[in-house]
Design a protein around this ligand. Structure first.
Ligand code: G3I
Length: 356
């Protein structure tokens, strides 16, 4: 935990200056809304022994004043992840040309609010500029490109990121085979230690994570990641944590969540819930919202069961800016705040989850 000292100090200093918020009341909802009156979800997470409760955000959303008022509340959110602006297409759109303007906006927002920052991400097969995806590089060239990208990205934020969260996001297919992206097709798995070593060299204190979805339950994908972690550790490659994205469906939170977390913890890694949301097939109903409340509570409880679970990040806090409807037509309403920034029953689920 030593690596976090500077950032945690900043949080506690600023937290003292923030007034306790009350539930949002200006907008109304046709559905049941949250009833909890609490100082904030991050405050509850801290009281429960976690480092943070946080949210993803994205640059275009920062022009929405009521949204930003909630985002800026460091009793509510003690940690921020940039949903897009630290990805490869945003940070190295041309080879060797690095642009951190948008990422720095998110970094500055978090620092100004006394919120921790997770890096997101170094190597991912999506949101890759064409020069990487279609560059026809040799093994050596692509390894060098990965090292330079991860080293420069993490180096730019040295000392400012809590975890270089997604050193490798989503390396596997659901059947446990490796994602056949340009990295795997060109280098096999060699790009993974290359990325991790470059990140560690750039920031000795940032925790290095591999981030995945559909590893929250036992199966070939979870096993493949466990095998990778075991191999990396055997090879002396730095790997500190696992990010469980946790993009869940209402009523379908895995029943073996806790056992599955344990099987990763047994490998000697910490973990975080990095992209939590719980989507439903629309339209919303009172029943779906009640189940969603339970689902959020279940996930928070599972994190609380482990000292190795450092914190929870939701993948934006409002349905207004959720990625879900864009990716899953006819699904949505996945976040704890609705389109009008009104707190949903899911908010109460998080509260009761943290209160044990
Ligand atoms: O930047 C362009 C903009 O120029 C254009 O006008 C606009 C038109 O649609 O698109 C913009 O790009 C969008 C980008 O977000 C930035 O807003 C893409 O279309 C859109 O597909 C992209 O979606 C992001 C998605 O990753 C990409 O796969 C989501 O916002 C982001 O929340 C989502 O996050 C991922 C995590 O990084 C990794 N885990 C899964 C998670 C959900 O997919």
């Amino acid at each position: 935990m030593k690596a976090f000292t500077r950032l945690l100090t900043l949080v506690s200093l600023c937290a003292a200056a923030v007034a306790s918020p009350t539930p949002s009341a200006a907008a109304t909802s046709a559905f049941p809304t949250a009833t909890s009156v609490v100082s904030g979800l991050h405050a509850l997470a801290k009281a429960a022994g976690k480092l943070y409760f946080g949210t993803a955000t994205d640059n275009p959303e920062l022009t929405d004043t009521p949204y930003v008022a909630i985002l800026d509340d460091n009793m509510m959110f003690g940690q921020i992840t940039a949903a897009n602006s630290m990805k490869w297409d945003a940070t190295e759109p041309e080879q060797g040309v690095f642009t951190f303007d948008q990422g720095d906006v998110i970094r500055n927002l978090a620092q100004g609010n006394g919120q921790l920052l997770r890096g997101h991400n170094c190597v991912w097969h999506e949101q890759l500029p064409d020069w990487v995806a279609f560059g026809n590089f040799t093994f050596d060239e692509l390894i060098s490109i990965v090292e330079n990208h991860c080293g420069t990205l993490v180096g730019h934020y040295t000392g400012q990121i809590l975890d270089a969260d997604k050193i490798r996001a989503e390396p596997f297919n659901d059947d446990g085979t490796f994602q056949e992206d340009v990295f795997f097709n060109t280098t096999g798995t060699a790009y993974i230690p290359a990325a991790l070593n470059a990140a560690r060299a750039a920031d000795a204190n940032a925790k290095l994570y591999i981030n995945e979805f559909n590893i929250e339950f036992a199966g070939p994908k979870a096993t493949a990641l466990q095998n990778l972690i075991t191999q990396l550790k055997a090879d002396g490659v730095p790997i500190d944590g696992v990010g469980f994205q946790s993009h869940f469906i209402v009523g379908e939170v895995p029943g073996d969540l806790v056992q599955n977390f344990q099987s990763f913890v047994d490998l000697g890694v910490e973990f975080a819930i990095t992209e939590l949301d719980v989507r439903m097939t629309l339209p919303e109903t009172d029943e779906l919202l009640a189940q969603q409340k339970q689902d959020y509570e279940t996930v928070i409880n599972a994190c609380l069961a482990f000292t190795e679970c450092v914190g929870v990040t939701i993948w934006d806090f409002t349905d207004k800016f959720s990625w879900v409807p864009g990716a899953f037509p006819s699904q949505g309403a996945a976040c704890p705040w609705d389109d009008n920034l009104v707190r949903k029953p899911a908010f109460d689920g998080i509260v009761t989850g943290f209160q044990g």
